[in-house]
Design a protein around this ligand. Structure first.
Ligand code: 5AD
Ligand code: SF4
Length: 482
């Protein structure tokens, strides 16, 4: 088994200790560049910069890719223009995200052509477009999908010895990506992938094509990493997977997802365990039972519903209907803890009628989600829905999206207002100097912006009383007991 080192936490703590800090947000678009003070021999080494698009899985993959490079003696720089090796870790879940990459590839076209930079395309666009990327952008030297990251050391070696048009595009794998070094970019929350790929085949989704088949990581390796993270000072862990709750330990210990949650929460020093994304089909009561019993398991579940119409859910091949989803939600709502539930919705899937859309709106009323990420349906290559009839016009999708967002906004305002006067424990993870506010997350993953008479409280757990509720965050004050 390989040994993993986590670096950067102390440097990062200091880094976040002054000035404005953008709070870590769900679906953050950039890996936070980290300055690591390098010894002189390293500062002469080749430099790299990674730009990350898309989900937390990508953000964390970039942390591991950075670890592989640091292990090879590269140094991280926080400006793309300064980097010898420039890597784009890409997302293709919707068309816009994929297009962004191709426009970005032009930024350093001339430098790459003049051999001043080596450019690599990683992630979902790499897997999806494959060698076609070399045709569209011949100055790119490496194209590698996430299912081939295990091969990165070998692929980097080929680049280092002058290789061009290097590819890692195999999808057929049973392995997960484990690294000896991981450069963690978030000093407060450590991401950790426990399951990669996806075996579902939702009609709209590229993930099974870009990330490959589902494969779980052995529990020993996961738990050893959590122990090292706790030793390094992390108190909050976020377990990641496209369908995280489908986790099945491949080792003889045979933990299921609820068993894994319990095992992680037991590790000394771990105060908060989060997980994302859950698939409704694999959502079992045991998960709620574990959250009920163990305070370290956070009371937040991200459970994408995608549509409130059973007819559309069937066309989407989601494997559950409206009633089954609402039943699982009722288990969550009958928990002893006030578990917050967030969700994803797709608007304007082919064939979605006004009636179907209304069912999504009534589902929002019934579900009372704490937050919803709503997306206009985006047709993607190699997906079954690409050839489905009754395409919804773009303007109609926009109209429905605006209606849905307004409905959900009202729900959130009402829910958040009810929290005024309550006190929550927050992990302080940001400072808005201009507003004189600190920012933290509750166990339910709500953002709480607050004032405090204390200084240097980043990374601390504090009790904060809510004084005001907005649609997307809460405002409060930390009253220190004398
Ligand atoms: N179009 C729009 N949204 C999509 N998602 C996945 N594929 C598509 C698509 N083709 C959304 C789903 C998923 C989230 C990560 O992205 O809601 O849960
Ligand atoms: Fe995509 Fe469906 Fe798999 Fe989620 S469960 S990654 S939406 S195919």
């Amino acid at each position: 088994m390989s040994k993993t080192f986590d670096i950067g936490i102390d440097a990062l703590r200091q880094n976040h200790g002054n000035g404005d800090l953008p709070p870590d947000s769900v679906g953050s678009r950039h890996a936070v560049p980290v300055s690591i003070i390098a010894p002189p021999e390293v500062s002469r080494a080749k430099s790299f910069y990674i730009e990350t698009f898309g989900c937390q899985m990508n953000v964390h993959d970039s942390e591991k890719v950075a670890g592989v490079l640091l292990g090879r003696g590269y140094r991280a720089v926080d400006d793309a223009a300064q980097a010898d090796l420039l890597l784009y870790n890409t997302c293709s879940i919707r068309e816009k995200a994929a297009q962004k990459v191709f426009s970005r590839l032009n930024d350093f076209k001339f430098a790459a052509k003049a051999n001043e930079k080596v450019i690599a395309v990683l992630g979902c666009v790499a897997q999806q477009e494959g060698e076609e990327i070399f045709e569209r952008a011949p100055w790119v030297s490496l194209v590698c999908g996430s299912a081939s990251y295990r091969k990165l050391p070998e692929l980097f070696e080929r680049l280092e010895s002058g290789g061009r048009r290097v590819t890692g595009l195999d999808l057929d794998t049973e392995e997960t990506f484990e690294t000896e070094i991981t450069r963690r970019d978030n000093p407060f929350r450590a991401y950790l992938t426990i399951i990669e790929g996806c075996d579902y085949s939702c009609a709209y989704c590229v993930v099974p094509h870009t990330r490959g088949p589902e494969r779980s990581r052995a529990s020993d390796s996961v738990l050893a990493e959590v122990r090292r993270l706790a030793d390094a000072g992390y108190t909050e862990i976020q377990l990641l997977g496209q369908t995280v709750n489908s986790y099945r330990d491949p080792s003889p210990r045979g933990l299921n997802f609820a068993g894994m949650l319990r095992a992680v929460a037991k590790i000394d020093g771990i105060r908060r365990v989060r997980f994302t994304t859950s698939h409704p089909n694999d959502f079992r009561r045991e998960i709620i039972e574990a959250i009920d019993e163990i305070p370290a398991l956070c009371d937040h579940i991200h459970l994408p519903v995608q549509s409130g119409s059973t007819r559309i859910l069937k066309a989407m091949r989601r494997t559950y209907n409206r009633e089954e989803y609402l039943e699982k939600l009722s288990w969550i709502r009958s928990s002893r803890r006030p578990i917050s539930v967030t969700s994803d919705v797709i608007i304007g899937f082919p064939g979605e009628t006004d009636e179907d859309f209304k069912e999504t709106l009534t589902l929002l009323d019934a579900a009372q989600f704490d937050s919803v990420f709503a997306f206009k349906y985006s047709p993607r290559p190699n997906t079954p829905s690409l050839s489905m009839p009754d395409v919804i016009p773009e303007e109609e999708k926009s109209r429905r999206l605006a209606i849905l967002q307004e409905r959900q906004r009202q729900i959130q305002i009402a829910r958040n207002e009810k929290l005024v006067g309550e006190t929550f424990e927050v992990l302080v993870d940001g400072r808005h100097a201009a507003r004189g506010q600190w920012s933290g997350r509750t166990t339910s993953n709500r953002i709480l912006n607050f004032t405090s008479s204390r200084e240097n409280i980043l990374g601390e757990y504090l009790q904060v009383r809510v004084t005001r509720g907005g649609p997307n965050s809460l405002v409060g004050e930390h009253a220190e007991l004398q």
